[in-house]
Design a protein around this ligand. Structure first.
Ligand code: PXL
Length: 269
């Protein structure tokens, strides 16, 4: 089962974010990727025009199908759409925990369009976070999860501690929405780690959160320790931003294949 990663996420028809970004990341980083669909969005680089969640029972059944046959050492969750889906995903993963679980608590698209309903925040905190190896909120997501504003690095550190207080093993607070530096803070219950890469100024930044969390899941599946997985994932994302090119009039995708692709057999170490 080495090098198998499952994403549980929404579909982005423009293929810049969501499970399409996740699968491209898995292909680029040499792991076999499978995809459980939670919701379908009608979306392009300009925004989200419409979306609909799938029935929770169909989400459960997809997880069962993949894990009964293909398996997954690491699982990543993205857009889960509502409390019912968050809860069935949590129940299913609690019954059969993967080695690593990366929870990207997606609340809104880059365009600002909401991708969850209001019931999601409590469900995340109470059901899914306690199962997670790491939770990866950006600053707007941190503010919704904690109900308070977060400014500057010392508040990011306190926010990371508060999120670990919900029961996850670690929290990565992404500073990309902050003015100035694009520093991210990881807290694993014992130590803080700071990650910084050059901030790439581009409009081609759709799917950055999905790509970072998927890359972390891929590197965890390949056996890296969490701080190394974060560091490698951030380097991969920075390159993907730097090598991006416009495919629409709005926020275009990052370039997942800037380093080519790695065959899964190359990463089965
Ligand atoms: O970036 C968060 C995200 C997650 N999942 C889907 C999305 C987006 C952003 O647009 O469309 C399906």
């Amino acid at each position: 089962m080495a090098g198998r990663v499952l994403t549980i996420a929404g579909s982005d028809s423009g293929a810049g974010a969501g499970l399409q970004a996740d699968l491209k990341t898995f292909c680029a980083l040499g792991v076999y990727g499978s995809t459980v669909v939670t919701a379908v969005t009608a979306q392009n680089t300009l925004g989200v025009q419409d979306w609909m969640a799938l029935p929770a029972s169909l989400v459960t059944e997809q997880i069962r199908s993949v894990r009964a046959d293909i398996g997954a050492v690491a699982i990543k969750t993205g857009m889960l759409a509502n409390a019912e889906i968050i809860t069935v995903v949590a129940n299913s993963l609690k019954a059969d925990p993967p080695q690593s679980l990366v929870v990207d608590p997606v609340m809104a698209a880059k365009s600002g369009d909401p991708l969850v309903d209001d019931t999601a925040v409590t469900a995340y905190r109470e059901t899914l976070f306690p199962l997670a190896t790491v939770v990866t909120p950006n600053l707007p997501e941190v503010e919704r999860l904690l109900g308070s504003q977060v400014r500057g690095e010392s508040e990011m550190r306190r926010a990371a501690q508060a999120i670990v207080g919900f029961g996850c093993r670690a929290a990565l607070i992404k500073g990309g929405h902050a003015a100035g530096s694009a520093r991210d803070i990881l807290y694993d219950g014992a130590d803080f780690y700071t990650f910084e890469e050059e901030r790439v100024i581009t409009q081609n930044d759709h799917g950055t959160g999905c790509t970072l969390a998927s890359a972390m899941a891929a590197y965890l599946a390949r056996g890296l320790a969490l701080p190394d997985a974060v560091s490698e994932a951030k380097k991969y994302l920075t390159g993907a931003l730097r090598h991006s090119y416009p495919v629409g009039a709005g926020h275009s995708p990052v370039n997942h294949f800037w380093r080519g692709t790695l065959a899964p057999s190359d990463s089965q170490n």
